[in-house]
Design a protein around this ligand. Structure first.
Ligand code: SIN
Length: 420
């Protein structure tokens, strides 16, 4: 089967969906996703989406991102991320995203590891779910966007270093989707790990396609462990994340002796390493603890309703019980090498979100910079494609206007011309 469109997007997480929504409504868009619409890591994001507070925060936010990334970041990409954050948060609000707010109506901010300030917008402890629900609602209104679920991008169509579309597997059949531009937004590769916060279906599809097609890959050795993932002895695959914002709101990491062995709000790589050192010395108890007990039950239930209930289902009362945690795979900083509009080294092929790598995160992503990356670079990619693919249809000049034009140009010969 062959289909065609202006823009083919693989992946229905925040990068894919936000880009689709920002494409001109006159462009025909096909989105494919290998499982259901909502089976993406964006939907699972708990802590929030980071944003610049005001112009005075630029330097400090850039510095926090670079410090967390061990200065391995692409500085131009970091500047873009920080400086374009607020406009994209406003766009999300315009799409109906209802961020938690203070009594005066301003956004409520939380903090996570590596941030020197409270600058993370959130919606309780399920920010990703609420953002994505608003974006999916918006998607339903767009008649120019067709979403095909359970349809996996397995390859791109490439000729002379130009991408002409993708090949997708749907109901055991291969469909060729021809497109003017193709965007890979299939997420990272966490599903390949035994202990991860990711959905099993997020399994490096973008990297696999890049390997097949000689597409440049960058920083693939930079993988992030999240320090507070609930330890459950016989579980494998996707685990319960205990959001870093729990530490931002006062949670403390302790070892088996109850000691606070690391600053709980250091960047993730520092905290995870300190935990692994502790765990190495207690092989019969391969975990440390997240201690939330100094916080009030009502506050915990209101601020972290999802996590509170998930812990309760497993027998932990957060206000009383220390929560056993261990590091687990969370995020891939590397991916398909891209510029700041998502462009790859193949003409008309783009990669966005966790599938792409601008280098913005360096070797360790700053907390809550991932949803932000999806919207900032997704918006830039959409703008580029709008400029390249969409032409206004100009009105055809009327007969009178044409006559006038000819009269001016042809002078005396005009009459002759009209008569012939
Ligand atoms: C978290 O809530 O701890 C995860 C947020 C992130 O990955 O940035």
């Amino acid at each position: 089967m062959i289909k065609s469109c202006d823009v083919l997007i693989a992946g229905t997480g925040i990068a894919g969906v936000y880009t689709a929504l920002n494409l001109n409504k006159n462009l025909n868009v096909i989105m494919v996703t290998k499982e259901g619409l909502k089976d993406c890591n964006s939907y699972l994001a708990q802590g929030g989406i980071s944003t610049l507070l005001n112009e005075d925060d630029i330097e400090s936010y850039i510095e926090d991102t670079l410090k967390a990334g061990n200065n391995k970041n692409d500085k131009k990409a970091v500047e873009v991320l920080v400086k374009e954050s607020r406009d994209n948060i406003k766009r999300l609000v315009n799409y109906g995203v209802n961020f938690d707010r203070e009594k005066d109506g301003s956004l409520s901010y939380t903090r996570e590891g590596g941030h020197s300030k409270f600058r993370i917008a959130h919606i309780k402890d399920e920010t990703g779910k609420y953002i994505m629900e608003s974006l999916y609602k918006e998607l339903e209104k767009r008649s120019n966007i067709e979403v095909i679920q359970h349809c996996k991008l397995i390859d791109i169509i490439k000729k002379n270093n130009k991408c002409l579309g993708g090949i997708c597997r749907y109901n055991a059949q291969d469909i060729q989707i021809h497109s003017k531009a193709t965007i890979i937004a299939t997420g990272g590769l966490g599903g390949l790990f035994i202990s991860t916060t990711n959905y099993p279906c997020i399994s490096g599809d973008g990297i696999a396609i890049a390997l097949k097609n000689d597409i440049e890959i960058k920083d693939i050795n930079y993988l992030q462990l999240h320090p507070t993932v609930l330890y459950e002895k016989n579980e494998t695959g996707k685990r319960l994340l205990l959001s870093e914002s729990m530490r931002g709101e006062g949670g403390i990491i302790r070892n088996q002796r109850g000691e606070e062995f690391v600053d709980s709000l250091k960047p993730r790589d520092v905290v995870s390493k300190a935990e692994l050192e502790q765990i190495a010395s207690t092989p019969d108890k391969p975990y440390v603890y997240l201690d939330m007990t100094k916080l009030d039950k009502d506050f915990l239930m209101k601020r972290f309703p999802f996590i509170y209930n998930e812990c309760l289902k497993r027998g932990y009362r957060m206000e009383k019980d220390m929560l056993p945690v261990a590091p687990a795979h969370h995020y891939a900083m590397g991916g398909i090498k891209v510029g700041t509009h998502g462009e790859t080294n193949v003409i008309d092929l783009y990669a966005l979100g966790e599938a792409g790598c601008t280098g913005v995160h360096g070797s360790n992503r700053l907390a809550s910079n991932s949803l932000l990356e999806g919207v900032v670079f997704g918006y830039r990619c959409a703008r580029k494609l709008n400029d390249e693919l969409y032409c206004e249809v100009k009105e055809y000049p009327s007969r009178d206007k044409l006559n006038e034009f000819l009269k001016e140009r042809l002078n005396n010969n005009y009459v002759k011309l009209l008569n012939c």
